[in-house]
Design a protein around this ligand. Sequence first.
Ligand code: SAH
Length: 218
Amino acid sequence: MAEQDDTPETQMARLILALRSQGVTEAKVLGAIESTPRPIFTQDLFKERAFEDSALPIACGQTISQPFIVGLMTQALKIDKRDRILEIGTGSGYQTTILSKLARLVYTVERYRTLMQEAEGRFKALGLTNVITRFGDGGEGWPEQAPFDRIMVTAAAPGEPKALLSQLKPTGVLVAPIGKGPVQTLRRYTGDGKGGYEIEDLIDVRFVPLLDGVAKEL
Ligand code: SAH
C-alpha cells in the first residue's frame, strides 16, 4: 500500500515493481506507464490513491482502470510503433495516453460528452499530438478510419464484438473484456490473415458495461 508521505517517484516505483511481479514485464509498456502521471486522471477526492494498483471512480459513474489491467491489456495488444489503434471507452484518458506513447495514432471513442471533454483537456495539457477523439457509440467502431492495426475495448462487450472485428486488419489484434455479468473474461482475438481469428482467454476482469448509443446525460 502507498505510504502517503512518500514522493510521487517512490510511489510510482513501487507501482511499477508491483506490475512487474504480476507479469507486466515488457520494458516499453512499463516505461509508458511510468511516464504517465496517474493523478492527472483521477478526481480530486482520490488523488492520494492515484498510485495504488486499483480502479478508482471518475465522473459519470465510470472508472479509471486498475494499472495492472492497463499494463496487461497494453502488453497483450502487441503494439508496433507504426500502428494505428482504435480504443473504445476513453473514460479518463489514462489508457489512451499510454497507448499514444507506444503507437503512431490512437483513435478513441467515448459516449459521455463530459468525460470526452475532460480527457481532451488532459491530452492537450500533456502535449499529445497523436490522439484523435470522437464523442459517439464506440460499439459501432470508427468505420471512416478503419481498418485498424489494433483495437482495445475498455468496457465489457456482452458477446463477440463483430462490428469492431470487421474494422480490424486481417492480421490485427483486438483485446476486449467479454461477458454480461459483473466478472468478464479478457479475450484476445488475433487475425490469421485469412478472415479467421485465434481466440485466447487471458484473465478474469471487472469492467463497466459497453452500453448502446451515446449518453443522454452529460
Ligand atoms: N480506459 C478508461 C477506462 C474507462 S471505463 C480509462 O483509462 O480511464 C469505460 C468507459 O467506456 C466509460 O467511460 C464508458 O462511458 C465508456 N463506454 C461504455 N460504452 C461505450 C460505448 N458504446 N461507446 C463509447 N464509450 C463507451
